[in-house]
Design a protein around this ligand. Structure first.
Ligand SMILES: *Cc1c(COP(=O)(O)O)cnc(C)c1O
Length: 365
């Protein structure tokens, strides 16, 4: 089965085999060697300086990393401005609510571009009713619709004002450019099993060390500075998902061997364009213009006469798992992600199955 959903991904044989390595105690040197190499390689993805940035590995899915970042880094007097244009921006707000962190939202329709002018206008406001914003929470690639958000413009404005940026990079880390310094990033949260091609169970936050020093952790388990301190000292606070770490390390080695970030971005872009062009030739339109979309995932409008269950089940019989739209978009669209061990011939076969389905569609009268 080939997974075209946005994670977990189809594994390469190399990563799959890495799961069969020897059993490891997480309090032995062998485990800390594994952990150290993963942490160094995570920084290498964006050529980050270890003196300034702490890679913090956690056990959990991507949401655990986002929650650890958001519940740990803002201080007691923080005020967050969270930008919503899909499920994951809304999840950041839900996390802030759950932890009682003062916040407000800039809410857009799902798929709409971020209103950068409105965000900046709010950043320049400070009144008793609208206290100054200390951090902006934003999703880089909003997987709900495939939109790549304007983090560059928002981040530059934050940086100029000394406002922190908490970035959900769960579905972009390893595939899209992130300018950590230029965008004023305080921390970015991501996971092993999306663009890095590991297995679910390991996630991580890349946090500015000065922000960790001023953190106010609100939970015991997701205490980001505690994880960072332990890992810096070749330790771990709790039992990590050792096998997920094996896979993440092998995936990071494979990532580097294949040419790193630029190569992965180019590979995804080629696959996404192949799928887009093939679907367009059948009259199936993308939800967004390619220039607004990530290379990682694209959303498409369901063709007339084909509902999602029919498309999904037909493709599944041929060995492909696609992904539905979320919420109100569930009846109108489908999504195709090209993360993981997916090749151009795979996309050709996918397109052929869809072409066959359309040809068998009863003619509209
Ligand atoms: C996948 C994803 C998450 C986290 O999802 P999990 O199921 O917890 O791994 C968070 N944000 C974005 C943008 C995502 O695509």
């Amino acid at each position: 089965m080939l997974l075209l959903n946005p994670g977990p991904v189809t594994l390469s044989e190399r990563v799959r085999r890495s799961l069969l390595q020897t059993d490891l105690c997480h309090r032995e040197d062998e485990f800390f060697d594994l952990q150290d190499e993963i942490r160094a390689r995570l920084l290498d993805v964006y050529a980050l300086d270890a003196a300034r940035w702490a890679p913090v590995l956690l056990t959990g899915s991507g949401t655990a990393a986002v929650e650890a970042m958001m519940s740990s880094l803002p201080g007691a007097d923080a005020r967050l401005l969270i930008i919503e244009n899909g499920v994951y921006g809304e999840r950041m707000s839900a996390i802030a609510t759950r932890h009682g962190i003062a916040h407000e939202t800039v809410r857009h329709a799902w798929g709409a571009p971020v209103d950068v002018a409105a965000v900046i206008a709010r950043l320049d406001t400070a009144t008793p009713a609208m206290p100054a914003v200390t951090h902006v929470g934003i999703v880089h690639h909003e997987t709900t619709t495939g939109r790549l958000n304007a983090v560059g413009a928002v981040g530059a404005a934050c940086r100029a004002r000394g406002i922190g940026v908490l970035l959900d990079a769960v579905s972009s880390f390893g595939a899209e450019m992130i300018d950590f310094a230029g965008w004023g990033i305080t921390a970015a949260a991501a996971t092993a099993n999306k663009c890095l091609h590991g297995v679910p169970g390991a996630c991580f936050v890349i946090a500015a060390r000065d922000a960790l020093a001023q953190a106010a952790p609100r939970t015991l388990y997701l205490d980001l500075p505690a994880w960072a301190r332990a890992q810096d000292a070749r330790g771990t606070p709790f039992t990590p998902s050792v096998h997920a770490y094996y896979a993440l390390l092998e995936a990071l080695r494979e990532f580097a061997d294949e040419g790193g970030l630029d190569a992965r971005q180019a590979r995804y872009a080629a696959l996404a364009d192949q799928a887009r062009a093939g679907l367009a030739a059948m009259g199936i339109e993308g939800l967004l213009e390619p220039r607004d979309a990530s290379v990682v995932l694209r959303a498409y409008r369901l063709p007339d006469g084909i509902d999602y269950p029919l498309l999904h089940d037909t493709l599944k019989r041929h060995g492909f798992v696609i992904y539905a739209g979320q919420g109100a978009l569930a009846k109108a669209m489908f999504r195709i992600s090209t993360m993981g061990a997916i090749t151009a011939p795979d996309i050709d076969r996918l397109l052929a199955v869809i072409r066959g389905l359309l040809a068998a569609r009863p003619a509209a009268d």
